[in-house]
Write a protein that binds this ligand. Structure first.
Ligand code: GDP
Length: 451
């Protein structure tokens, strides 16, 4: 994921801060300089970055001014700076507006608008799959009559996704198709009806007029603007242009997997006070991540995304178990370029080393696989334990070294003692996570079940 690069840079700034013995104005300035440089490289608007810098400074200045410099105070100051930066980063991507949430048992009409090539048709299918997986009877109406082949594209992807669809090869009026499709699916008691519209016209004014007409015909509960991340901060101008003509209530930013300007697009969009509801993170049907500001920043900084992780675990549980096994086998043999759940899960786990997420998906998958080999080599007693069995304890119960178990696991898994040690280091946090998930088994076992 390209944003991992931004996350790494922000983390590097926090690491420099935590290495400092005294947190004074100079250290704060140096930290903020690193953070602002990282944000600017991600194409975040310079004014927004300056404002973030100023707000963090104001927040921590009072704390820096007063107090002695004993060790606990320094730790508090570091926490204060980190908390202030975290809050301001959340603020940067938070429009402060709650999006519409489709309701079960009723008909929810969603209309997708956006320029051609932004990923509208792909996202419509992803959305239908997303809601279908959550128990909503979902379908797609293709009301794009301008682009030749638009209906074929919808038909193919909807068939692949096993989602109902509606469109026409003969009707040329998109308003008629939209109205007919929505009426049909309403009658059939579909709960999420997604209307895909055209993204191009001979003239821009015609495109906007058509969007308004379709909107009047189908009366969407939520109009979603689909934006391509590669336009970076220009996303603000594009979304304002759409907003002036055809109001929309939510945004999906696509191609977040492929562009370094993603941070710029997200923050620019937040400035328009419209909530982002999802991020497109790949070309596949399941490459759609739910977006909410706090978990997003948390994940970006390597602090995990508990909410997302729980949702993902639930998705896995509902998927066909045979398919899951097959996919995991392929991943272990290195036969798939899309480890999907595994690589996705890695970024959501609190405390997982950032290095694990670095490099390409393949590299990340390889590291993840080594972790799986390690857990494979553990006994069920070890997997069920709180990690203490791997430690030699002093008389007063303090860990003083590693037991023979670590060497055995390293040998058995074909990895190194250091790798096993690293995994164990993360263990405590993960054990907490497993507790929150309500399971008696640890995270290590959860990972094993995915194989
Ligand atoms: P539309 O013209 O807006 O309907 O765009 P399409 O849905 O046809 O998508 C245009 C191209 O973008 C296609 O090649 C899609 O596979 C690709 N695409 C869409 N969403 C994403 C995404 O999140 N990530 C990546 N990498 N490609 C995407």
């Amino acid at each position: 994921m390209v944003l991992a690069d931004l996350g790494r840079k922000l983390n590097a700034a926090f690491s420099s801060l935590s290495r400092a013995t005294v947190v004074d104005e100079k250290v704060l300035d140096a930290t903020l300089k690193e953070i602002t440089a990282a944000l600017l490289e991600s194409d975040v608007n310079v004014k927004l970055v300056a404002s973030l810098r100023q707000k963090v400074k104001v927040k921590v200045k009072a704390a820096l001014d007063g107090g002695s410099s004993d060790k606990s105070k320094e730790a508090n100051r570091k926490n204060l700076v980190q908390k202030a930066v975290f809050d301001e980063l959340v603020h940067l991507v938070d429009p402060g507006v709650e999006p519409y949430k489709p309701k079960k048992g009723q008909c929810n009409i969603l209309m997708a608008v956006g320029l051609q090539g932004n990923g509208k048709t792909t996202t419509c299918t992803k959305l239908a799959v997303y809601y279908q997986k959550r128990g909503f009877k979902s379908c797609i109406v293709c009301a794009d009559t301008f682009r030749a082949g638009a209906f074929d594209q919808t038909r193919q992807s909807a068939t692949k996704a096993k989602v109902a669809y509606f469109g026409s090869y003969t009707e040329t009026d998109p308003v008629v198709i939209a109205a007919q499709g929505v009426a049909k699916f309403k009658k059939e008691r579909f709960e999420v009806i997604i209307v895909d519209t055209s993204g191009r016209h001979k003239q821009e004014s015609e495109l906007f007029r058509e969007m308004v007409q379709i909107g009047e015909a189908v009366k969407p509960h939520m109009t979603i603007l689909i934006l391509d991340a590669s336009i970076g901060q220009a996303a603000e101008a594009q979304s304002r242009a759409f907003k002036d003509s055809a109001d929309f209530g939510a945004i999906i930013v696509t191609k977040m997997d492929g562009h370094a300007k993603g941070g710029g697009a997200i923050s620019a969009v937040a400035a328009t006070k419209t909530p982002i509801i999802f991020l497109g993170v790949g070309e596949h049907l399941h490459d759609l991540d739910r977006f909410s500001p706090q978990p997003f920043i948390s994940k970006l900084l390597g602090l995990g995304d508990m909410q997302g992780l729980m949702e993902h675990m639930q998705d896995l549980a509902t998927q066909n178990p045979d398919k899951q096994k097959e996919m995991a086998k392929k991943t272990r043999r290195g036969e798939t370029k899309h480890p999907g759940p595994i690589s996705k899960i890695a970024s959501m786990i609190p405390g997982l080393p950032q290095e694990l997420l670095s490099g390409s998906d393949e590299e990340g998958s390889l590291r993840m696989k080594r972790m799986i080999y390690i857990t494979d080599s553990m006994t069920s007693t070890e997997l069920d334990s709180d990690g203490a069995v791997f430690m030699d304890m002093s008389k007063d119960g303090k860990p003083v070294g590693l037991t023979w178990r670590v060497t055995r696991v390293a040998k058995g898994s074909g990895t190194s003692v250091r790798e096993v040690e690293e995994l164990l280091c993360q263990y405590r946090m993960m054990a907490n996570m497993a507790k929150q998930a309500g399971g008696k088994n640890g995270w290590l076992q959860a990972m094993q079940k995915m194989q």
